[in-house]
Ligand binder design. Structure first.
Ligand SMILES: Cc1cc2nc3c(=O)[nH]c(=O)nc-3n(C[C@H](O)[C@H](O)[C@H](O)COP(=O)(O)OP(=O)(O)OC[C@H]3O[C@@H](n4cnc5c(N)ncnc54)[C@H](O)[C@@H]3O)c2cc1C
Length: 425
């Protein structure tokens, strides 16, 4: 049953603010479990989101759970990562293991609109063009959220539980007390679109040797993610570049000029045609470097909770996963709930080890001299890069028993024990 809400209802059981992958997944799973849920977003859909549009096997797994495998396959399918740099090119198939052995890429304007539709078709109420601006409290519980309508009038929606999926800046999260710690490594990244004769390439490409105009190695990487050519003629690729930074070591590179330079370096090899379009850049809090992720009856998910992999910048998968996880918590109905305790503990259980070691390694990679020294060593070894692909993509499940998985989990546990500030706190 599809429910389109033209006006805000006065109340709902669960209010989800933000209809990106995290919010739409939460709303879809909640509605499928029979919960009364309202999915609200300040943007009018379809809307763009600055992103590389890459869907690694972790995201494909989650989209498959939602019933979208065939829809994805009709877009584009890739079989792994082609890593370029330091004089080498390696084709590294997705490892499979506990995840699908294929990836995809879908422009966010289309992906997010479709995911929001899936939530609506699952039974969620939805409204767009309404910005959440204030919170109403009843003791330590959120009792409602005030929205500003397109005509600037204010409307309150009462709710029993609140899920905040309002993205990287998380304005509603801030009202609730969320803060992001920039002393932990974060990303600065930009993306663009450009026509390419290789838009059907079955590999996504990453250039691990990213150089500035003076030829110095930067800490970061460039990517070219083929988007397919379903419309006929040369289709497009998503072309972008990202670098890592910390408060102590801020990114000293202008992302958009870097992207243009990178495009020129790749133009001939990747059959790039014309100019970059829709250039945009954004910051990326990563690895759970956020405190205040939950209170008595509210929780932050996705980017709002800093659920982005520090080693590859992907967060669509973690948004989808945390959306499903919070829906599970809210529909389990076990005893008197206190999300302020349950939610950060669950995030740490799922992501603690992987995010802790990943952000430690990413912190090291903010040093360009180390990248220049270690990059060539890694790129000389197929085996090392295959391991790196699996680890960097966090393509390890708790069930995996092979040596690579055991080493990754062991390193994660050691890293966690040495963290000066626990993740998600
Ligand atoms: C340049 C770049 C490249 C990236 N590449 C990749 C990639 O290739 N693969 C990958 O997996 N990840 C990538 N990421 C990360 C990915 O984009 C995010 O992790 C992902 O979008 C998180 O989803 P989300 O649902 O948490 O937030 P979002 O997708 O940001 O959605 C948040 C929603 O909240 C709404 N909102 C915000 N404030 C309010 C408010 N006050 N009231 C109502 N609504 C509100 C917004 O309109 C938005 O629709 C990239 C990020 C960047 C910056």
């Amino acid at each position: 049953m599809q429910v389109m809400t033209a006006v805000l209802p006065a109340s709902t059981d669960v209010l989800v603010v933000g209809a990106g992958p995290a919010g739409s997944a939460a709303a879809a799973w909640l509605a499928r479990a029979g919960t009364d849920v309202l999915l609200a977003d300040m943007a009018v859909f379809p809307r763009d989101k600055t992103c590389g549009d890459g869907l690694t096997p972790r995201a494909v797994g989650e989209l498959t759970r939602l019933g979208l495998a065939d829809w994805l396959r009709a877009h584009t399918v890739n079989r792994g990562l082609r890593a370029h740099g330091f004089g080498q090119t390696l084709e590294l198939p997705w490892p499979g293991a506990g995840f699908p052995d294929w990836g995809s890429a879908v422009p966010r304007t289309e992906l997010d609109d479709h995911l929001r539709d899936v939530a609506i078709k699952s039974g969620a109420n939805a409204i767009d063009g309404y910005k959440a601006v204030e919170v109403r409290w009843s003791g330590d519980r959120v009792a409602g959220v005030v929205f500003r309508a397109p005509d600037r009038t204010k409307h309150e929606v009462r709710c029993r539980r609140l899920v905040v999926a309002d993205g990287v800046r998380s304005p509603l999260g801030k009202v609730l007390g969320r803060s992001w710690h920039r002393d932990t490594v974060y990303g600065v990244a930009g993306r663009s679109y450009i026509r390419s004769t290789r838009s059907d390439d079955p590999w996504i490409s990453s250039h691990l040797e990213l150089r500035d105009e003076q030829g110095s190695v930067l800490s970061g990487y460039g990517w070219i993610f083929p988007l397919g050519s379903a419309g006929g003629g040369p289709g497009e690729v998503n072309l972008g570049a990202g670098t890592l930074a910390t408060a102590k070591r801020p990114a000293e590179v202008a992302i958009k000029p870097l992207m243009r330079l990178y495009a020129e370096q790749c133009r001939a090899e990747f059959g790039l045609e014309g100019e970059l379009r829709a250039e945009a850049s954004a910051l990326l809090p990563m690895g759970g470097a956020v405190s205040g992720v939950a209170g008595r009856n509210w929780a932050l998910i996705g980017d709002a909770a800093g659920c982005v992999n520090p080693l590859n910048g992907e967060g669509i998968d973690y948004g989808l996963e945390t959306g499903r996880m919070i829906a599970g918590v809210l529909t389990e109905g076990a005893g008197p709930e206190d999300l302020g305790v349950i939610w950060p503990a669950l995030l740490r259980e799922h992501y603690g080890e992987a995010f802790s070691i990943a952000r430690r390694l990413a912190g090291i990679a903010t040093n360009p001299r180390l990248v220049a020294a270690l990059g060539p060593v890694g790129m000389r070894s197929d085996l090392l890069m295959t391991l790196a692909l699996r680890w960097m993509g966090n393509l390890v499940t708790d069930e995996d028993r092979d040596r690579a998985a055991r080493v990754w989990r062991w390193a994660g546990r050691r890293s966690l024990a040495h963290d000066h500030r626990p993740l998600f706190s």
